[in-house]
Design a protein around this ligand. Structure first.
Ligand SMILES: [Zn+2]
Length: 312
């Protein structure tokens, strides 16, 4: 009897843990692959083929997704293993948009990655129930509804292909299909769904795959880490192989940098690091994009690779 009770207790704990993180759609623990982890027939396969290609940066969100699903919170994920190590540039702060506005100013309660006893696909930010929650970037509301695990949740699709998720809200202020600007109040913070205490569960995803929000946003300084995100297989390396019973082993987004010398200048040779663009590098070393292009035989649209060496 006692044993049955403990098993039941364990089972309900696991259920809560899974539901809180949307875990059920991201199980990598089974020796049999999660059926949702394969590329479905109706998936826009062209995206997979062009992801590592420089042309991919010209794709808009509607080309990437091909549909605007207002029912399912989680978009079917693409297969991380199918990505190459090349980089796709995601522009986070283009001049025609409002850029980034912090959704809330609260401290991080629980970071992306290993948090408590489970893998956490978002960033928990402290707030009081009733505090305003703003859109992080300009975009279009894809989901605004109540979910069992997320509670009242808003999902915004951005033109660069990223989606941001805002969960556990006490009130929804937006409707599906509504265009929002960065900073617009999309709802009020709360403690709905599988949540223990008021907070904002904030996620960033690309084609359904979670990205560590800290790769993009400095939550201490309330600003973007960089104007661009260099998206590559490494961005999702936490999800691919290093799972052990639902816990990521040795996961640290900082170790995603493949080359130890990345970001360093030795003599006149610079090694490209994550987050770099020709513009950033040019500005850093007081030169211009055109000079960099000339010296390195590149065009302004060239795709940079992690660890690539550039003459400065
Ligand atoms: Zn959370």
């Amino acid at each position: 009897m006692k044993k049955t009770f403990s098993l039941l207790l364990l089972f309900s704990f696991l259920q809560v843990a899974f539901a809180t993180t949307g875990f059920s759609t991201f199980v990598y623990t089974s020796p049999n692959p999660d059926p949702t982890d394969t590329v479905p027939d109706n998936f826009n396969k062209e995206v997979l083929l062009t992801f590592s290609d420089s042309a991919a940066s010209e794709y808009s969100a509607s080309d990437i997704y091909g549909e605007f699903d207002t029912e399912n919170i989680h978009y079917t994920k693409f297969k991380v293993e199918s990505l190459k190590d090349s980089i796709k540039t995601i522009v986070l702060n283009d001049k025609n948009s409002c850029g980034y506005v912090p959704p809330v100013l609260g401290k991080i309660n629980c970071p992306f990655g290993r948090c408590r006893r489970y893998f956490h696909y978002g960033m928990d930010l402290h707030l009081q129930t009733g505090d305003a929650v703003g859109a992080a970037f300009d975009g279009k509301v894809r989901i605004a509804k109540k979910s069992k695990s997320y509670g009242n949740v808003v999902v915004i699709r951005h033109s660069n292909g990223l989606e941001t998720y805002y969960a556990h809200l006490s009130k929804l202020n937006v409707q599906v299909g509504q265009e929002v600007s960065a900073g617009d109040i999309i709802g009020l913070g709360g403690n709905t769904g599988w949540s223990h205490g008021s907070h904002l569960h904030f996620e960033v995803r690309y084609l359904g795959q979670p990205i560590n929000p800290a790769d993009i946003i400095s939550f201490d300084e309330h600003k973007l880490v960089s104007d661009t995100l260099m998206l590559s297989k490494k961005t999702f390396s936490y999800a691919a192989k290093n799972y052990n019973k639902g816990l990521a082993k040795n996961y640290n987004s900082k170790t995603n940098v493949v080359n130890q010398n990345a970001g360093k200048l030795t003599g006149n040779v610079y090694v490209v690091k994550q987050g770099d663009s020709l513009y950033i590098i040019a500005r850093k070393y007081g030169t211009s994009v055109s000079v960099l292009c000339q010296k390195n035989g590149l065009s302004t649209n060239s795709v940079l690779h992690l660890g690539q060496k550039l003459k400065i």
